[in-house]
Design a protein around this ligand. Structure first.
Ligand code: PXP
Length: 237
């Protein structure tokens, strides 16, 4: 059964919109864990638009399942991660103007840098996942630079506007999962997954964990966070 990790960035987005101290992503993370989430994900962005340094410090102390720190491979954040020692890091491309992480990492184009960052993390005992598009060449490069995991980007599958397009994107994810498995990589997936499109991805047995944020937080506004997590969990088994 695939595990469900919940991204609580949006709780911090709401807090930052008011510039006060609630809602608190640390408390939200605890509720997600109590509802059955197997992990908590946060993205500490260089511009600190949502998650703050205080959040990751407290989450490191309080998360009982697994803390996955999403981050760009920038020097300042690398140093924070090395000190924090999350259970794993997921390296993502980060652009200041984007609303959310837009595409997968270009692993091929920055092999030396990524290999160096992954080696530093490994030395600190932190496994690294690379967030990549479902692309065989990027998977090969991820293996070459020493990644433990890849997180397959499900955004194009999730955003597909026709059944044909969704089928095409699903087939690419299946091929990417098989290629990554064949290369000896561990596999996570995420981005854009919601209550309508997650079950098919969750049924791919080589995927260990799904990382889901927006859909769960959006539903939580109506039904509460505990129920929103439980309903997503139901789709994962
Ligand atoms: N995985 C990665 C690497 C992401 O950047 C995000 C968005 O923060 C997610 C998963 C979760 O995406 P969503 O919020 O669309 O569920």
């Amino acid at each position: 059964m695939v595990k469900l990790a919940i991204n609580v960035d949006h709780v911090a987005t709401l807090r930052q919109a008011r510039g006060i101290d609630e809602p608190d992503p640390v408390l939200a993370a605890g509720i997600c864990e109590l509802a059955g989430a197997a992990g908590i994900v946060v993205h500490l962005r260089e511009d600190r638009r949502h998650i703050q340094d205080r959040d990751v410090i407290l989450l490191r102390q309080t998360v009982k399942t697994k803390l996955n720190l999403e981050m760009g491979a920038a020097e300042e954040i690398i140093n924070i991660a090395l000190n924090l020692k999350p259970d794993m890091v997921t390296l993502v491309p980060e652009k200041r103007a984007e609303l959310t992480t837009e595409g997968g990492l270009d692993v091929i184009g920055q092999q030396q840098h990524l290999a160096r960052v992954i080696a530093q993390m490994k030395e600190a005992g932190i496994p690294v996942s690379l967030f990549i598009n479902p692309d065989a060449a990027q998977i090969k490069a991820a293996k070459k630079v020493g990644a433990t995991f890849v997180e397959i980007h499900t955004g194009r599958y999730s955003d597909a506007t026709s059944d044909e397009e969704q089928e095409r994107e699903f087939a690419m994810i299946v091929a990417a999962v098989n290629a990554a498995h064949g290369a000896g990589l561990r596999i996570n997936a995420g981005h854009g997954l919601n209550y309508r499109n997650t079950a098919r991805i969750a049924a791919l047995d080589k995927i260990e964990e799904l990382s889901i944020g927006h859909a769960v937080m959006a539903r939580a506004i109506y039904v509460g966070l505990d129920q929103a997590v439980r309903e997503m969990l139901d789709l994962c088994c």
